[in-house]
Design a protein around this ligand. Structure first.
Ligand code: UGA
Length: 470
């Protein structure tokens, strides 16, 4: 007859692991989530998701209640029980270096390899530098030979492409599944795990370990490059004039280019794109390929320059409104120190959005939080409102004034900055907001507002990628 469904464990219950565990339970599997953090495990076992992700709390609660999804801090329990172990621990940027920190991946794989006493698969999902999976294959074999453990343990790599805010959807209906294997057993087992996606004709890319690892970083590097590409053109249109949105629309009509990820603005942030392009550069340098990914240093630079540009633009707009000589000499020639700080000092500024993108409470490497912090450091009186991100932002940068509503944020503001394009901000009424602020001055840092409608309501609006004409 049909073999029993494989039992799954997921090691690491952060963003990736918790989502994967709940979605695998949704697919009908028995799942055990494992984490070293007892507080996190306790919350998950009660059916609580410790971060903001639409749809995930419902899924988690349903399957915790049905008993299909359980949580433990005991990796040995998982080693004895499961057939397939997914590794979903973090690979953050190392302190003081651009390379990825592999401590957690190594620890997870080692502790499993030391405890598995049966046939099993270890399937990496974390984003790792190319060569990691091959090294881990050797490590697993060594550890098991030394301990004389029974059973055959095979390693595979199955990178994750989920986006925050769409994590459940991206896991259940991914654009593709990439499976890198090092032996014969992984592929048939993973075809059973992902049977529903295969039935839905999700593209299935079966490959080696190195390709699987590289697909992940190549995808993120490409996305980051697309964003910085359009943001580099913003520097041009900000200088000579032109409309960055129209430019993006027009090149995007070419199917070879595509419109997505060409939204100009304050740039990319989050826990993935910035660290992944840095880790990729560090890895290829280790491989002796110093020039190969050098363009990603430019991608990173262009991205970080956007944050400076918003601050410069704030100075220019406030200076103009207050009738000062424009403090900055020009977008890229000028310096805003000195006179810039004078203009910002004490200025009431409303910052709308602090997360790295909407529908997330994540503020890791958030351009919005960075800009708010820079304005604060220059002496501005910054009031921040974000529908979900204030608690995380306050934990990182407590000195900003976080308020609970849009109205409170804009009350008496001399300048309003839209930095994360939450739906609530896209839908703002220029008249209503105008009635609260001290001055109708707005920077659209995400190019999402209907500038003409705001101007018709008496606002001076500048978007990134548009020339500021005082
Ligand atoms: C990204 C990738 O999109 C996922 O495919 C990948 O799985 C994930 O990283 C990961 O490696 O785990 P995520 O970090 O959730 O997902 O965020 P994105 O939606 O990619 O946005 C990244 C940043 O780019 C955000 O700050 C966003 O505001 C910015 N962005 C995006 C732009 O500035 N312009 C755009 O046109 C698109």
């Amino acid at each position: 007859g049909r073999p029993a469904s494989p039992r799954l464990s997921v090691i690491g219950t952060g963003y990736l692991g918790a989502t994967h565990a709940a979605c695998m339970a949704e697919l009908g599997f028995e799942v055990l989530g494992v984490d070293v953090d007892p507080a996190k495990i306790e919350r998950l076992a009660r059916g609580e998701v410790p971060f903001h992700e639409p749809g995930l709390p419902e899924l988690l609660r349903t399957h915790v209640e049905s008993g299909r999804l359980r949580f433990t801090t005991d990796v040995e329990e998982a080693a004895r029980w499961a057939d397939v172990h997914f590794i979903g621990v973090g690979t953050p940027q190392q302190a003081g270096s651009s390379a990825a920190d592999l401590t957690y991946v190594d620890a997870a794989v080692t502790s499993l390899a030391q405890a598995i006493d049966r046939d099993a698969l270890i399937v990496g999902k974390s984003t790792v530098p190319v060569g990691t999976a091959r090294r881990l294959t050797g490590l697993v074999a060594e550890v098991r030979a030394a301990a004389g453990l029974p059973g055959d343990v095979e390693l595979a790599w199955n990178p994750e492409f989920l986006r925050e805010g769409f994590a459940v959807q991206d896991t259940l209906t991914p654009d593709r599944l990439v499976i890198g294997t090092s032996g014969p057993r992984a592929e048939p087992i993973l075809r059973r795990v992902y049977a529903r996606q295969l039935a839905a004709e999700t593209p299935w890319v079966s490959t080696d370990l190195e390709t699987a690892e590289l697909v992940k970083v190549a995808a993120n590097a490409f996305l980051a490059t697309k964003i910085s590409f359009i943001n580099a053109f913003s520097e041009i249109t900000e200088t000579v004039g032109g409309d960055i949105r129209t430019l993006a629309d027009a090149i995007g009509h070419d199917a070879r280019i595509g419109r997505r990820f060409l939204n100009a603005g304050v740039g990319f942030g989050g826990g993935c794109l910035p660290k992944d392009i840095r880790a990729l550069q560090a890895r290829v340098s280790e491989l002796g390929l110093d020039r190969t990914m050098r363009f990603l240093a430019e991608v990173d630079d262009i991205n970080l320059r956007r944050r400076e540009r918003v601050v410069d633009l704030a100075v220019e707009m406030l200076s103009t409104a207050h009738g000062h000589e424009a403090a900055a000499a020009g977008p890229y020639g000028g310096t805003t120190t000195g006179s810039g700080e004078e203009v910002l000092n004490g200025a009431r500024i409303a910052v709308l959005g602090v997360t790295f993108k909407p529908d997330s409470d994540d503020v890791r490497d958030s351009p919005a939080l960075d800009v708010a912090a820079r304005l604060y450091s220059a002496g501005a009186d910054v009031r921040v409102y974000d529908p979900e991100g204030s608690a995380n932002a306050a934990a990182r940068f407590p000195r900003l004034d976080y308020v609970g509503s849009l109205d409170e944020a804009v009350e008496g503001a001399e300048l309003t900055l839209l930095l994360t394009e939450w739906q609530e901000f896209r839908e703002m009424d220029p008249e209503a907001v105008g009635g609260k602020v001290a001055d109708r001055l707005l920077i659209d840092g995400r190019n999402v507002l209907d500038t003409a409608a705001w101007e018709a309501a008496g606002w001076a609006v500048t978007g990134l990628g548009h020339r500021f004409d005082p």
